[in-house]
Write a protein that binds this ligand. Structure first.
Ligand code: ATP
Length: 230
C-alpha cells in the first residue's frame, strides 16, 4: 500500500519535500494557512488543505492522524512549529520529522518526541564550508559524527594509475565507493556530447584519469588529509 505523507508548511523547504515526494509517486497531504501556497501546490499534491495547523480540530478534519509520516517544515514561527508537533503527537501520528532553525528549537522538538530533526540551513552551510576549505571537495555528506562521504576531484599525479596503484585507500585509510568520469560521445555520427559516467562498483584495477571524481567514505580527518594532498 502507498504511504501517505503530510507536509505541513509550504515554504521553500516544505514545498520541495512535497514536490519530490509527489514526483516519486507518493501520496501527499499538503497543509498551509496561506491560501496562495495551497493554490500553488494544489495541481500536484494529492490533497491540499488551507488551515491553521496548530488547530487540532482542523487537522483531524482532514484525517492527519492517519498519515504515515508528517513533515513539519515551519522555521520562522518556532511557536507554531512546536504547537503543531505537540498536536500531532497527541493525535498519535506514527512518525514525525521536523525542520529546526536553531539548536534550541531542535532540542525542544526532540524533547517532544519527533523521530528526526532536520537543520537544512545549517547542513547546507556546513557542506558549503567544506567545499570552500578544500576546493577539491565537490560534495560532502556527514554520515555519523566524524565520518562522511565526499566527492573529491582527483589530483593529476594519479592520472593513468589503477586504484590499486594509486594506493589512495591504504595510504589514507579511505574506502573508494565510486568513480565519476566525463566522457565525450559521438551523437548521430558527428556531434560530440559530454556525458557523466558513474562507476559505482569500482575494482582495484580500474584506471583513474585527469578530471575524474572519486566518491570516498571515511573519517573526516583522513578525508581532509586526502583532499588537501597534492
Ligand atoms: P523556508 O525557509 O522553507 O522557505 P521558513 O522556515 O522561512 O521556510 P516559515 O515562514 O516558517 O518559513 O513558514 C513555512 C510555511 O509554513 C509558510 O508557507 C507558512 O505560511 C506556513 N505556516 C506557518 N505557520 C503555519 C500554521 N500555523 N499553520 C499552517 N501553515 C503555517
Amino acid at each position: 500500500m502507498q504511504r501517505l505523507f503530510a507536509v505541513i508548511g509550504l515554504g521553500r523547504f516544505g514545498y520541495s519535500v512535497a514536490e519530490t515526494l509527489v514526483k516519486k509517486g507518493c501520496e501527499v497531504l499538503a497543509i498551509d494557512h496561506d491560501e496562495s501556497k495551497i493554490q500553488s501546490i494544489s495541481d500536484i499534491a494529492t490533497f491540499a488543505v488551507q488551515c491553521d495547523a496548530t488547530d487540532e480540530r482542523a487537522l483531524k478534519a482532514v484525517s492527519t492522524q492517519n498519515v504515515d509520516v508528517a513533515i513539519v517544515s515551519i522555521g520562522e514561527n518556532i511557536e507554531a512549529s512546536i504547537l503543531i508537533v505537540q498536536t500531532l503527537k497527541e493525535m498519535g501520528v506514527k512518525s514525525i520529522i521536523a525542520k529546526a532553525v536553531a539548536s534550541i528549537h531542535g532540542k525542544i522538538l526532540t524533547n517532544l518526541g519527533v523521530d528526526s530533526v532536520i537543520y537544512p540551513e545549517r547542513d547546507a552551510a556546513v557542506r558549503l564550508a567544506h567545499r570552500l576549505i578544500s576546493p577539491k571537495v565537490l560534495e560532502y555528506l556527514e554520515l555519523a559524527p566524524g565520518y562522511s562521504i565526499e566527492e573529491v576531484a582527483i589530483s593529476d599525479r594519479f592520472s593513468g594509475l589503477s586504484l590499486e596503484e594509486s594506493k589512495i585507500s591504504e595510504q589514507h585509510n579511505l574506502n573508494i565507493i565510486g568513480i565519476k568520469k566525463q566522457v565525450t560521445r559521438m551523437v548521430k555520427g558527428k556531434m560530440m556530447k559530454e556525458q557523466e559516467i558513474f562507476n559505482f562498483t569500482p575494482s582495484p584495477s580500474d584506471i583513474v584519469e585527469r578530471g575524474d571524481v572519486l566518491v570516498v567514505i571515511g573519517k573526516e580527518d583522513d578525508l581532509d588529509r586526502f583532499s588537501n594532498s597534492e
